[in-house]
Design a protein around this ligand. Structure first.
Ligand SMILES: [Zn+2]
Length: 396
């Protein structure tokens, strides 16, 4: 099949391709109703489950927690079914694919859900950290949540001037913006005051698997956006999941063995993420932090199993440009809502098209490359998990 045919042009097509590919390998499928798009078409989170029924290891692969980013993850999942099925049998591992966690965002081509919530900041919304206010986000508010869209150069200039005037480096600003926030419910990277319906459904479903006497679970959450076009970054959450230095080192070594290949376009950074995912010193080293991410929260759904969590970021271009597309899209949706009443309004909006292109590039070279790397990471995850019985369970 030509590469472009593996990728989908809209949510419905992606959902159907996923279920068809799952059915072709005999996976058990389920769909969870998640409301409707603007033209009253139904939306679903999809799930497919396969592998030896009695296996005590489970691999979970997610796509679409960030809406628009789900098109790449969807293509990777659908393409990976046949080889993962073979590997799952060989390694005696069960596999669970969860498709389009944020179907509304995916359908509309935006990163957030219908309530402007960033689901990858929302996963622990239990009131505990609701008092956190980053003063830098508050100061930046007029730049990052402007009442009208702006040009890229104008935005870049404003950020640079702000950084100079406040004596802040790029990473501090990045973490202030991307860390997740509660002060502006219409602003970018809003965490939401309560757990979203999408994640509530995911957790309820995932927790059913905790009754299956699993001793090893590996989680992968697929994203696009962060990183140069053609690069990929595999982030690990080991240091959040364990406090035992030896165990963290051991898992990192194991991950390096299974994920690092001699491929120049294939940059894996084990143990680091350009955006911070937690609270340890190692994470603060790379620039900021955010709580409420999905891969970590899912790991905590398992009481007995040893869990390893990964986030795959498939790069699409300069971070500042990606941020700029998010800002402009959020601005027009917030301040000109009358222009966005139907699916067609979204599709024909140049600003929404720009966001789409920033997180789901249309060129064949990028798509071919992410497909290859994404499927490869999924396959490696099964092999990693196969070796994972050596890992001691984490105390939680
Ligand atoms: Zn993302």
């Amino acid at each position: 099949m030509p590469v472009q045919d593996i990728f989908s042009g809209n949510y419905r097509e992606a959902h159907e391709k996923f279920l068809r590919a799952a059915n072709e390998i005999g996976a058990a499928t389920q769909t969870f109703s998640m409301g409707f798009d603007l033209d009253s078409n139904p939306l679903f989170i999809g799930a497919a489950h396969f592998g030896p029924p009695g296996a005590n290891k489970l691999v979970i692969i997610f796509s679409g927690v960030h809406g628009i980013e789900g098109y790449a993850g969807s293509a990777i999942q659908s393409q990976a079914f046949p080889s993962l099925k073979q590997l799952a049998e060989a390694e005696n591992i069960r596999v669970l694919m969860v498709h389009a966690i944020n179907p509304y965002g995916m359908a509309l081509g935006q990163r957030w859900n219908a309530d402007n919530v960033d689901l990858n900041r929302n996963a622990n919304s239990n009131g505990l950290d609701n008092t956190t206010i980053d003063p830098i986000y508050v100061k930046l508010n007029s730049i990052i949540n402007p009442p009208h869209p702006c040009g890229f150069e104008d935005f870049e200039e404003k950020i640079k001037t702000f950084a100079q005037q406040n004596n802040l480096d790029q990473r501090r600003i990045q973490s202030a913006i991307m860390g997740g926030q509660l002060q502006n419910p219409r602003g970018i990277f809003y965490k939401g005051l309560k757990l979203s319906a999408e994640l509530a459904k995911i957790f309820e479903y995932i927790k059913e698997f905790d009754h299956d006497n699993l001793d090893c679970v590996s989680v992968l959450d697929i994203h696009t956006g962060i990183g140069d076009k053609g690069d990929s970054t595999l982030g690990t959450l080991f240091s959040l999941l364990s406090t035992d230095e030896n165990e963290i080192a051991y898992r990192e070594q194991l991950a390096k063995t299974y994920f690092c290949y001699q491929d120049n376009k294939y940059k894996h950074i084990i143990g680091d993420m350009p955006v911070l995912m937690g609270t340890t010193a190692a994470e603060i080293r790379v620039g900021g932090q955010f709580s409420g991410n999905l891969a970590y929260a899912v790991a905590r759904c398992f009481k007995e199993a040893a869990v390893s969590s990964f986030v795959l970021e498939l790069g699409t271009g300069p971070l500042l440009h990606e941020l700029y597309t998010l800002i402009n899209a959020n601005s027009v949706l917030t301040f000109f809502p009358e222009d966005f009443k139907s699916m067609e309004d979204y599709q024909k909006s140049p600003i929404m098209q720009e966001l789409r292109e920033a997180f789901y590039p249309s060129d064949e070279e990028w798509r071919e490359s992410v497909l290859k790397r994404g499927v490869n990471v999924c396959e490696s995850l099964i092999k990693f998990s196969g070796a994972g019985s050596l890992i001691q369970p984490i105390t939680r």
